[in-house]
Design a protein around this ligand. Sequence first.
Ligand code: ADP
Ligand code: MG
Length: 322
Amino acid sequence: MVERPASVVRELVDNALDSGARQITVRLLAGGVRLIAVEDDGCGIPREELPVALRRHATSKITDLHDLETVATMGFRGEALAAIASVSETSILSRPAGQESAYLLDARSGELRPAARNQGTTVEVKELFFSTPARRKFLKTDATELAHCIESVRRHALARPDVGFAIWHEGKLAEQWRAATGTPEEAISSRLADVISDKFVSNSVTVNHWAGPVHVTGRAGIPDAARSRPDQQFCYVNGRFVRDKVLTHAARAAYEDVLHGTKQPIFALYIEIDPARVDVNVHPTKIEVRFRDSREVHQAVRHAIENALATPRAAAVVEAAA
Ligand code: ADP
Ligand code: MG
């Protein structure tokens, strides 16, 4: 489950977002191998719950039977921190609103002591795989691990334009994306411009399409913006980044008549669907999904893009780009 620093970053940023953070800062040393620290201004963890947070299957996110539905849709719960702590030196520093001070829990020793911090949580993960040299050996260069970590935050950042993100590596600011404002459509466009490029936005059109229980929004690139590699294709299902054949095939199909050869379209698509119609538990990294009715989703995505590309606005974008 913990494959490399980027998998740790993904889980910690996930937790920070779940805690309601408005600003998330990631600090890395040696591509994340020596240190991954994720700092948030979310709800924090009460002193007495800190040891519980590190216990396997101990999640605060399932409170009643109804929430079991959430387990089915969001993946297994309450495993990430325990798994991470088992292969690193982990500590959690946290302070919820109304608690007189912050507390620091050292996972290895179990020591819990008062410390200083504003409301929120900082999880520090040091010396990843220090006790499993065989796994450490599989890590690539620091630069490569850093690139994967940044990619992981990038995916979260595209899902949550309302949250600010910063990534520091070796004490230098590597990336910073400020919280975007405006309508959801404006916020997404501004975040896409920051995280990918202004060109991505100026060479694409708005997608906004309802098909039965499926709502597809986002941006689809004009055919001229297509690339030789599929490296600018982002799909989200209910706010989670996914890689899915049904979705990429549907997008591909939408461009069939306007895109020739092996050119790869650019797009960022946000699919909202009744959680009961999608299963995200098929893969431990939670990047893959299984739709109950994949034809329904395929058609929704295909029509969403086809419609977006057929608007007068799309013609104007094509003209401006020519
Ligand atoms: P899960 O996120 O699936 O519940 P985790 O192992 O990732 O499981 O986290 C365990 C618990 O620790 C969470 O349910 C939550 O209560 C708490 N927690 C972890 N990180 C944070 C954070 N950044 N802010 C607030 N609570 C957190
Ligand atoms: Mg989690």
